[in-house]
Ligand binder design. Structure first.
Ligand code: DQA
Length: 172
């Protein structure tokens, strides 16, 4: 399901009729998030990225959302992925990892595709070093969720559902 397609009311994903289209969600994880579970467990916990992705897909099915996930350590690959969401995804969850604090290119890609984006972080960056307090995507995000570990992504997925539903209600 691509952006801009009209849907009937959310049916929880359990009894899709032909007329009820799923939302399409792209989840993008940035550099070093492939090492979750091993990397600084005191900060990021023990959960692995593959578990987070599996869990999000399952929650997506409950919420009537098709969840595609992507991780890269490379800024250009993240930009390419965000660009590819144009016309394909209805909403995006984006955790750019360290690029949050540095990447004009990722910010520009978000602006270019014009798909609502929710910024996600496992840790509460404001409880950490000062350089993490600046996010180059914060002001182009629909909203930001951080500090709840893997639960941040689950909360963001529910928020994504609400964002698209309320946009559709406004356009009716
Ligand atoms: C992070 C926070 C960033 O500052 C850090 O560089 C990461 C992970 C988080 O999810 O808490 O890689 O985005």
């Amino acid at each position: 399901m691509g952006a801009g397609t009209k849907r009937s009311a959310h049916n929880g994903g359990s009894s899709n009729s032909a007329s009820t289209a799923q939302l399409s969600v792209l989840v993008v994880h940035g550099p070093n998030l492939n090492l979750l579970g091993e990397r600084e467990p005191g900060v990021y916990g023990r959960i692995r990225l593959s578990e987070i992705d599996k869990d999000l897909k399952a929650l997506g099915r409950e919420l009537g959302m098709k969840v595609d996930t992507f991780q890269s350590n490379s800024e250009g690959a993240i930009v390419d992925k965000i660009q590819s969401a144009r016309g394909r995804s209805d909403v995006m969850l984006l955790n750019p990892g360290g690029y949050t604090h540095t990447s004009v290119a990722i910010r520009d890609a978000v602006l270019a595709v014009g798909i609502p984006m929710i910024e996600v972080h496992l840790s509460n960056v404001y409880r950490r070093e000062r350089f993490r307090h600046r996010s180059l995507i914060a002001d182009v995000a629909h909203g930001r969720i951080m500090g709840f570990g893997a639960e941040s992504y689950r909360l963001a997925l529910r928020a994504a559902r609400a964002v698209v539903d309320s946009a559709e209600r406004r356009s009716e």
